[in-house]
Design a protein around this ligand. Structure first.
Ligand SMILES: NC(=O)c1ccc[n+]([C@@H]2O[C@H](COP(=O)([O-])OP(=O)(O)OC[C@H]3O[C@@H](n4cnc5c(N)ncnc54)[C@H](OP(=O)(O)O)[C@@H]3O)[C@@H](O)[C@H]2O)c1
Length: 338
């Protein structure tokens, strides 16, 4: 590790070690307004230079476009990075607000082949079930995923937005390396059950949307008026209308802590989630998403900020005051099923 690169953390009980902060690549092709391929490529290169080695995508992001976009970067740096992708979720092109979820074996088998083809790699390092299809027993889903490990198509298994009970049932079939779920100063529901189960089982936590989808940076305060018409955040209850105004006021203590560290609010949000590792006693590897090299530098620098007990106490009440759920339909989340 040099002064400008980051520490590492273990991804799953049998490794590998990866940079303690990963990079969420979704916004490079999907969900958050206009894309910029050139800036995104520069962001990927800068992240790798800084020691970010875990890169997160999914087949659902732009219906395969995100995997295709990342492929040249992944193949050029194959030995120096860890590719995480996901199956289970598809969004019908003519119905952007609808989600179709499948966890059955025939679906998984075609999904993994399609991801391998788009990524142009022989093996996926970490393969997640993106969302839970409650019509399929999780044991069956993980048994199929475990076959992919035995066949050499996938190295490690992950689950996204599962309950503690689902995690335990899955882990009994095959070791689960990572759980990816929303975790931030605004979204702490996994702390009650999922995080303790992950710690007990030796599963790494990969917080997604650690910047509250950008809201915690202060870069937007109302999705209705500030974001483009196709931006996914306009579908999320906490970023629109009266909720957005109430939630923007919750950033005040974050700004106060940021000032004390000569840091940005986003850096404090990232430092807070990183420090959950010490608080809860398990490896935590957040995957903030950005398409801008300067922001990846800013985000990586947050791994070196340590918040005091007083500062943590000041930030503690925020999540309990957030207005609005994190998704319009919470049944698609672990909190909706706990
Ligand atoms: N498993 C799941 O169901 C699931 C769900 C959502 C996301 N994810 C994964 O998690 C990753 C991260 O989550 P996310 O992208 O939803 O949310 P996030 O990381 O909380 O926030 C991303 C947003 O913050 C902005 N941003 C990033 N760094 C910033 C900075 N330093 N200053 C100001 N703004 C900044 C980004 O804009 P710019 O891009 O313009 O910089 C983007 O709009 C995704 O990329 C995806 O891979 C997984």
């Amino acid at each position: 590790m040099t002064d400008s690169t980051i520490q590492t953390a273990r991804l799953g009980a049998s490794g590998p070690e990866v940079g303690v902060q990963g990079l969420g690549c979704m916004g490079m092709s999907f969900a958050y307004g206009p894309v910029d391929a050139k800036a995104s490529r520069q962001t990927l290169e800068r992240a790798l230079e800084l020691g970010v080695t875990l890169y997160d995508t999914a087949d659902a992001y732009g219906q395969g476009e995100n995997e295709k976009f990342l492929s040249p970067f992944f193949t050029a740096n194959r030995d120096n990075l860890v590719i995480a992708t996901k199956f289970a979720l598809s969004i019908p092109p003519d119905e952007p607000t609808r989600r179709v979820i499948r966890n059955d074996a025939p679906y998984i088998r075609q999904a993994v082949e399609a991801s391998l083809r788009r990524l142009d790699v022989d093996v996926i390092d970490l393969y997640y079930m993106h969302r839970r299809d409650v019509n399929v027993p999780i044991e069956e889903t993980v048994a199929t995923m475990a076959e992919l490990v035995r066949e050499g198509k996938v190295k490690q298994l992950g689950l996204s937005e599962v309950t503690a009970e689902e995690l335990r049932a899955a882990h009994a079939v095959h070791p689960i390396a990572a759980v990816q779920s929303e975790w931030s100063l605004f979204s702490r529901d996994i702390e009650a059950n999922v995080v303790p189960a992950a710690r007990e089982l030796g599963v790494t936590l990969v917080p997604y949307s650690p910047l509250g989808r950008g809201f915690l940076t202060g870069s937007f305060t109302n999705a209705d008026t500030e974001l483009s018409s196709d931006d996914f955040r306009r579908q999320q209850p906490r970023f629109t209308g009266e909720n957005a105004a109430a939630n923007a006021a919750l950033l005040e203590p974050i700004r106060a802590v940021a000032e004390a560290h000569d840091a940005s609010p986003g850096q404090i949000a990232l430092a807070w989630v990183q420090q959950r590792s010490a608080v809860h006693g398990l490896p935590v590897i957040p995957i903030p998403g950005t398409r801008k090299p300067s922001r990846v530098e800013e985000n990586v620098a947050a791994t070196r900020i340590v918040l005091t007990d007083d500062e943590l106490a000041l930030l503690e009440p925020i999540a309990g005051k957030v207005a609005g759920e994190r998704y319009a339909d919470m049944a698609f989340t672990s909190a909706g099923r706990e």
